[in-house]
Design a protein around this ligand. Structure first.
Ligand code: ZN
Length: 321
């Protein structure tokens, strides 16, 4: 293979893209002109940038070690760089597939969709953003919930997906998770929620913020029933999600290097007028200070969850089988 025939995809960086743009097509550049080339900021959660006349989807450049990784190898490695173990974003369905036993996952509330209750208008309407994210991600909203088996354990599992509106928590995310938690309590099941989120969904105003109390209320009943809840924090888990269900697990674990926090570092720096320490808001920083209990790499996640649930349900046979 010639060295020029691969696609360079750089996550989170600016891409030069004139091939089938996902949103608002720019005017085409004049033939032979270089002056009309432009840099387009990728959408939040977008993982692709493409180069003209080069087939896409073959290689991805690791943003940490700059290694070009063959996409197939990256997929087989659960989206973890084989050289430096950088954890790339992974979709909710891929993650569920990596954790639960084959054909055991029964999804709940799969057709629940968000409503533009406030008639939100801004740069784009909420309704149009919902439509485009549904189309681009194949998801109905930013979380998938259901019951499945991990090892021998039946668990209630909720997995968020950052590619849907930045994993923001609106009414649907809150309602699906609350129903999942209530089902877990009713069926005596351990609960695992894997979070990734930019926070509350501002298009829904107060309806979004009230999900924080609602999910935590349901979690309190789950805790009262002495059932375990493991919260898994992945990059990034911030704001309203971190300030509610993601931070109240019996066990809180995180993926390596995940950014975890409430407000962003710039806001905190401006407010406190203090220099922030190195590594601020990373999983490693928070492990040192006791906010989280363990850092678990994605490749070890399934076995670790099995071990944790075995330990936490040692006297509860209902969770097994
Ligand atoms: Zn790497």
């Amino acid at each position: 293979m010639s060295t020029t025939s691969f696609t360079k995809k750089t996550l989170g960086s600016l891409g030069f893209d004139t091939v089938e743009p996902a949103v608002t097509p720019p005017p085409p550049p004049a033939p032979g002109s270089t002056a009309t080339s432009f840099a387009k900021k990728p959408k939040v959660g977008s993982t692709k940038s493409r180069k003209r006349e080069i087939p896409e989807g073959l290689w991805t450049k690791c943003p940490k070690c700059s290694t070009m990784v063959f996409d197939k190898e990256l997929d087989e490695n659960l989206k973890v760089c084989p050289k430096c173990a950088h954890h790339f974003p992974i979709g909710a369905r891929e993650r569920i597939h990596s954790l639960v036993e084959t054909c055991t996952f029964e999804e709940s509330d799969a057709d629940m969709t968000s409503v533009d209750i406030l008639g939100f208008k801004g740069v784009g309407s909420y309704a149009s953003k919902l439509e485009s994210h549904k189309k681009n991600t194949g998801l109905k909203d930013a979380v998938i919930t259901g019951i499945g088996k991990i090892g021998e354990h039946r668990v209630a599992l909720g997995v968020m997906d950052f590619s849907f509106l930045g994993g923001s928590m609106g009414s649907v995310v809150g309602e699906k998770l609350t129903r999942l938690i209530e089902k877990a309590t009713e069926k005596n099941l351990p609960l695992i929620i894997i979070s990734t989120s930019g926070g509350a969904r501002m298009y829904e105003g107060m309806f979004s913020l009230m999900q924080m109390a609602k999910t935590c209320g349901a979690l309190a009943y789950h805790a009262e029933a002495k059932l375990p809840y493991i919260s898994v924090l992945t990059h990034p888990t911030t704001a309203g999600v971190m300030a509610s269900y993601a931070s109240v697990g019996d066990l809180i674990i995180a993926e390596p290097q995940a950014m975890i926090g409430f407000a962003g570092p710039r806001v905190i720096k401006d407010t406190t007028q203090a220099d922030l320490p190195p590594g601020f808001q990373t999983a490693e920083f928070l492990l040192d200070r006791g906010l989280i209990d363990a850092i678990v790499s994605r490749k070890d996640m399934k076995q670790q969850l099995i071990d944790y649930i075995s330990f936490m349900t040692v006297n509860r046979t209902a969770a097994v089988g």
